[in-house]
Structure formats: structure tokens, C-alpha cells
Design a protein around this ligand. Structure first.
Ligand code: SF4
Ligand code: SF4
Length: 304
């Protein structure tokens, strides 16, 4: 008998997280996202494939990567390390040989058995804090077969489960994940579909339809809005989203998350221009103004 083992491509596992749902949690970040928000703080999670990240400032010019690479993608000239990304076939060998951390291979294929072992190490902490496990990304809907298999295993181990998603997928995918998920944390970026398209690369029709369907379930729902200058940092934009969700009976709260530039260094490491380089983090006064706008429609509004 052939046994099919589903695997997930994971780019990070964060233990002892306290911002991704209730209690102490382990957050598992899956690669692949259907959106291309230009301010994304996890650009290494966008593509559903393994990638090399290169931090030249950490390179000690030891030459190990040059000796290892079968494609001649690394050269050191006059003490300057040049990485030819177009020659790279993402085999990961150079990163294995780099002890300074200048080269990192992002994305590890794991099966459910391997991942559950990592997650169960902290079960006593989940139990003591009403915590659990959160699937994030990227977006867990991109690898939904693995997401389902892993969340199902978490449930069989008695763990609380949560997913963070933009809900840009077929409803059947979300519905299946819901059957093994205790809490949904969903992003909404803008009510206007044209603005949404310009900012994220996709229209919001599917997202808003899925939000309405999620609101008809009995699963606790947290809506999150990333506050991004030039996109949605106006009281009108935030009030429109708050008005849209005001009748959601399973809404626990609305959370406003201010844009920050912590992801900038990762864009450089991936060889991508940082599209949000001209944006600044919203001030506390601006965030308060937006909270007040949302509170006209939703009682529980918080900001990170
Ligand atoms: S990942 Fe492989 S092909 Fe790419 S630079 Fe490293 S060793 Fe060369
Ligand atoms: S192996 Fe790492 S430290 Fe050595 S030359 Fe390559 S990138 Fe630099």
C-alpha cells in the first residue's frame, strides 16, 4: 500500500508567541501568499518555493560558498562578495556551508509528524495559559491540504488552533479549515475593490464574501486591519470596514496594526526593491483617530 504523506513548506516557527491569539502560542509560518501587498513585512513568505537570502554585511569572505556552488553563483572580487541570483537554482548548498549566517536557505519541507513534535514541546505552556498553535504565513490557505492535516493533528492532541488569513480562496477551502480551527484572525485591507487591487494585486470581492460567510459560523473571529499610509490611513477608510463588520455576531474585536518597516532588510536579502520605502509608521495620534472612527460602528477596537 502506498501511503501519501502531505508536506508543508515552512519558513519560520516562533515559539512563545503572545500576539497571535490567546495565551502562549507556537506560530507556524507557511510559505506562499495569493496577495502581493506592497508593504508586506514577511516577503520571504510570499513565494511557494525555497529561496536564498543573502546578508552581505555578515559575510567574512571565507569563500566556502564559492567552493560549494555548482552554478558559480558566488564570486568574491576585491573583498566584495557578489551573488548572481540569476545563476542560482536554489539548491541550498551554499547556505549549508556558510557559518557566518550571510547566506540563509528559506523554506523547509516538513511533514505533520515532524512539525507536531516541535509544537508539542510547549504543550505545558499552552495548557497553563489557554494558548495553542497558530498557522500563519504567507497564508495557510495556499497549502490548505497540509494546513488541514496539521490542524487536524493538533486537535487530536487537544490543542487550541488558530489561523491568520486574508481569506482569498474558495469558500470550500476555508470551510474545511474551519472544521479543525478554533479561532479565525482575518485581515481586511480596504472596502473599495479598486484601491484594494492597486495595493495588494487582487480585488476584494472574494475576501468580503468569505468574511460574510465566516460571520455566519459560530467560530470566534478577529478582524485585523494593517494601517498603511497612502492606502487606508483615513477615518473614512477605517469606518467603512468597521461598518461592514458591525453586524458580525461572532466578532471578538477589531485590531488596527500600524505599518512598520521591520521587513525592509529582508527585501534587500531577497534581492527585491523595497516598495514601501517612502512610508512612515503612523503616529499614536493617527492611530487614536482611526480607533475613534472605527468605534462609531464596533465596540471593541484595539491597536497593537
Ligand atoms: S543555492 Fe545552490 S545554486 Fe544557488 S547559489 Fe547556493 S549553491 Fe549555488
Ligand atoms: S560562505 Fe558565507 S561567509 Fe563565506 S564567503 Fe560565502 S557568504 Fe561569505
Amino acid at each position: 500500500m502506498v501511503v501519501f504523506v502531505v508536506k508543508g513548506l515552512i519558513f519560520d516557527i516562533k515559539r512563545f508567541e503572545v500576539h497571535d491569539g490567546p495565551g502562549i502560542r507556537t506560530t507556524v509560518f507557511l510559505k506562499g501568499c495569493p496577495l502581493r501587498c506592497f508593504w508586506c513585512q514577511n516577503p520571504e513568505g510570499l513565494k511557494l518555493k525555497q529561496e536564498i537570502m543573502f546578508y552581505p554585511e555578515r559575510c567574512i569572505s571565507c569563500g566556502a560558498c564559492m567552493a560549494t556552488c555548482p552554478r558559480g553563483a558566488h564570486e568574491i572580487r576585491n573583498n566584495i562578495h557578489v551573488y548572481f541570483r540569476d545563476k542560482c537554482e536554489n539548491c541550498g548548498r551554499c547556505a549549508e556551508s556558510c557559518y557566518s549566517g550571510a547566506l540563509q536557505f528559506v523554506g523547509k519541507w516538513m511533514n505533520v509528524d515532524d512539525l507536531i513534535k516541535v509544537v508539542l514541546m510547549d504543550k505545558p505552556f499552552y495548557n497553563a495559559s489557554n494558548g495553542g498553535v497558530t498557522l500563519s504565513g504567507g497564508d495557510p490557505v495556499m497549502q490548505y491540504e497540509f494546513s488541514y492535516a496539521f490542524l487536524e493533528r493538533c486537535k487530536s492532541e487537544g490543542l487550541h488552533t488558530a489561523i491568520e488569513t486574508a481569506a482569498y480562496c474558495r469558500w470550500e477551502v476555508l470551510e474545511k479549515l474551519l472544521s479543525v480551527t478554533d479561532l479565525i484572525m482575518m485581515d481586511i485591507k480596504h472596502i473599495d475593490s479598486e484601491v484594494h487591487y492597486k495595493a495588494t494585486g487582487v480585488r476584494n470581492d472574494i475576501i468580503l464574501e468569505n468574511a460574510k460567510k465566516l460571520a455566519e459560523t459560530d467560530k470566534p473571529l478577529i478582524i485585523r486591519i494593517p494601517i498603511v499610509p497612502t492606502v487606508n490611513d483615513s477615518p473614512e477608510a477605517i469606518a467603512a470596514i468597521a461598518k461592514f463588520i458591525q453586524s458580525f455576531k461572532n466578532l471578538m474585536f477589531l485590531e488596527l496594526l500600524p505599518f512598520h518597516r521591520l521587513g525592509e532588510v529582508k527585501y534587500r536579502a531577497l534581492g527585491i526593491e523595497y516598495p514601501a520605502r517612502n512610508l512612515k509608521t503612523p503616529t499614536k495620534a493617527k492611530m487614536q483617530e482611526l480607533i475613534e472612527a472605527a468605534k462609531k460602528f464596533v465596540t471593541n477596537v484595539f491597536s497593537a
